[in-house]
Design a protein. Structure first.
Length: 306
């Protein structure tokens, strides 16, 4: 697996603070974002690598493992376990150092065999004592962000992603939420020593391009009504996500009153045909710039004690 220097990728040194990492990530993510570089596979790959670097370096625990084990940071626990086991048995500790990084391997080796894994990792051969050849490790997981509009995820849709030059077609279910992450198995980095491929994790960023406020499967909106309609009642036309409907307003409706339209909300994630509710808040419009006659009528109403 080709080693990617996350610090170099984000144009940082190893003493970078969390704020430095965040700032560098935002700057480079904007520069290489697929929307700004259509049909540019190199920019798309760089964008994915930048996301991967940020995901690792912004997490203190992952950064610590990366600083110590480099590209094999995801196998840190296996390496540490191997060191403990070998140390307790008095045999080969499986650890190497150099360049500020150290590595260890969780497998054992034949007496007369060299490990291809060590040749790959260190560019040389390491002799070890044991009974079996090296273990297989899962490849590195990839992380990506996909931006969609709220109106796009009202219905299920097909989408094509490009990962390392390969197109991945996936169906995005209706009702996916902002910040939600899904896993696509086997589309991460190649495995080590014949191990399985890593996975691809996609985090969705949903941009609201509507007049509705969304909370999970429920929607919220405000609807203005005339003062006369609020007092006397009547029928109005209100917006829903998939069109307009007529709604009866009760006489004496107060400003801030709420009504619920059952089943007129957002689709429930992966629950075909199920929807949340739409909550509408009435905003009563107070008339302005009244004519002389209108003022007289309000004065009459006032004198009646209304």
């Amino acid at each position: 697996m080709e080693f990617i220097d996350y610090y170099k990728l984000l144009e940082l040194d190893r003493s970078a603070t969390k704020a430095d990492i965040k700032k560098a990530y935002r700057r480079l993510a904007r520069k290489y974002h697929p929307d700004l570089n259509p049909n540019d596979k190199e920019a798309q790959m760089r964008f994915q690598q930048i996301n991967e670097a940020h995901e690792v370096l912004s997490d203190p625990e992952k950064r610590k493992k990366y600083d110590e084990y480099g590209k094999d940071w995801q196998h840190a626990e296996q390496f540490e376990q191997a060191k403990r086991q070998q140390a307790s048995s008095g045999g080969f500790d499986g650890s190497f150092g150099g360049g500020g990084q150290s590595y260890s391997y969780s497998g054992n080796f034949d007496d007369d065999t060299f490990s291809d894994f060590f040749e790959q990792m260190f560019g040389g051969r390491a002799r070890a004592e044991g009974a079996h050849r090296g273990s297989h490790f899962k490849g590195q997981d990839y992380n990506a962000e996909l931006q969609l509009k709220l109106s796009d995820v009202y219905k299920s849709q097909k989408h094509t992603l490009t990962v390392n030059g390969k197109n991945i077609r996936l169906t995005i279910p209706a009702g996916v939420e902002d910040g939600q992450t899904i896993k696509i198995k086997g589309h991460g980095g190649p495995g080590i020593q014949g191990g399985p491929k890593g996975d691809l994790y996609i985090t969705f960023k949903i941009l609201n391009d509507t007049a509705f406020r969304r909370e999970k499967e429920n929607l919220y909106s405000a609807e203005k009504i005339d003062l006369s309609t609020a007092v006397l009642g009547g029928e109005i036309e209100v917006r829903t996500f998939d069109g307009k409907v007529k709604l009866k307003v009760k006489p004496g409706t107060e400003n801030g009153s709420k009504v619920k339209l059952k089943g007129k909300g957002f689709p429930r994630y992966k629950k075909e045909g199920q929807y949340g509710d739409l909550y509408i808040t009435y905003e009563v419009k107070v008339p302005r710039n009244l004519s002389g006659k209108q003022k007289e009528l309000f004065e009459e109403l006032k004198n009646t004690g209304i």
